[in-house]
Design a protein around this ligand. Sequence first.
Ligand code: GLC
Length: 429
Amino acid sequence: MPDALDEKAIEILKDNDRGGYTVPTAGLYPYQWNWDSAFVALGFATFDRDRAWREIETLFDAQWTDGFLPHIVFRVDDPSYFPGPSVWRTGKSPETSGITQPPVAASITRWMWESADHDEARVAALYPKLLAWHRWFHRYRDPLNKGLVLCTHPWESGRDNSPEWDEPANAVDTTKVEPYQRRDLALIDHDMRPSTDDYDRYIAILQSGRDNDWEHAAIAKNGPFRVFDIGMTMILLRANRDLLRLAEFFGTSDECDELSSRIKLTEESVDYLWDEESRAFCSRDAITGKSSSMVTSASFLSFYAGVGTPSQKEHLLENFDRISKRVRYMLPSHDPDHDKFNSILYWRGPVWAIVNTMVALGLAEAGLEKAAARIYGDTRKLIEKTGFYEAYCPITGEGTGGADFSWTAAMWLHLAKAGGQPQSMKGAA
Ligand code: GLC
């Protein structure tokens, strides 16, 4: 592996470090983001473990007393970003947004803990906070009591403008959206960013949460956007397995039982998100009950979560092979055969290194080495060819979104450190 890329990746993390937390990229995202920080910790862990733990610790400093962990922590008010703290108005200190993001932190804490033997005290301090966050999901985001995660804003999914959200979001009333000015379009090519209509819906859903005083029980009951997200469901299932591993060392036997039963519940219910038409795991609108029937990169997170019958796995691999013949670089965020595929438009086609890392790990653990190697190799090629972008066009490899992106730099360092193979990260318990 070229040393120059290692050095560049380290430089990006250091440059984006704002003192205990890292911004995803300077300019476009000037605050601390939830799942970004967790992934970034894996990058820091390759050269500064103390700094790596701090990244996760500072994120949890913003945890609400009920266990909720926000998707953005606003430590400074930066007028170059919209919507900032004055729009969210959650009234917390530090100021935060009112929605969450995919719960990858427990998995990453486990991997970091198992890769060295001297961080016990820090993991012990994080464990109850991770457990409180997972309990928050179970309490407020599992309306069917099936262990399937309800997402109440497209931004919660981390896949902000995935076509999976188009239909559920189209039903959102945007007539009361207060006037606003987007800031992202001054920084990034318009063709790569969500549309104005999408933005109106994002803000309408945000305003509705604010009108509910960010009472998550009310939002989960009446919010205008309520979807069972396949990505968050699979990520939480995996994270529960990893948290169980931590609970065995740092928790009580009751907590282990509690996590085991949550895992079992999701395993038994996940078929609700299987879609026969696309032969894949897909998100499902909780209001209409309708499946998106779309194959996205999140569909393949079932391997990472360790679920799927032999026949479901076979169908997913058929989809994987079909997609792999249509693009040069795996894994596109959306199906290239679908009419909403757009190779450079944010979560409607581009490839994301963090999703690739999770999917490749899952495939490797399932013994699907060839598919894992394709994803891992393509991730490496994209970074070697184009540098550390937010995402990449799966056809040309061109960089999309922000440059010098923290989690892409972190994934480069992490995968390189793991001997170039994602399976050297520890598997699920
Ligand atoms: C975008 C992405 C989201 C990410 C954030 C910061 O909103 O969709 O997943 O956390 O940028 O990188």
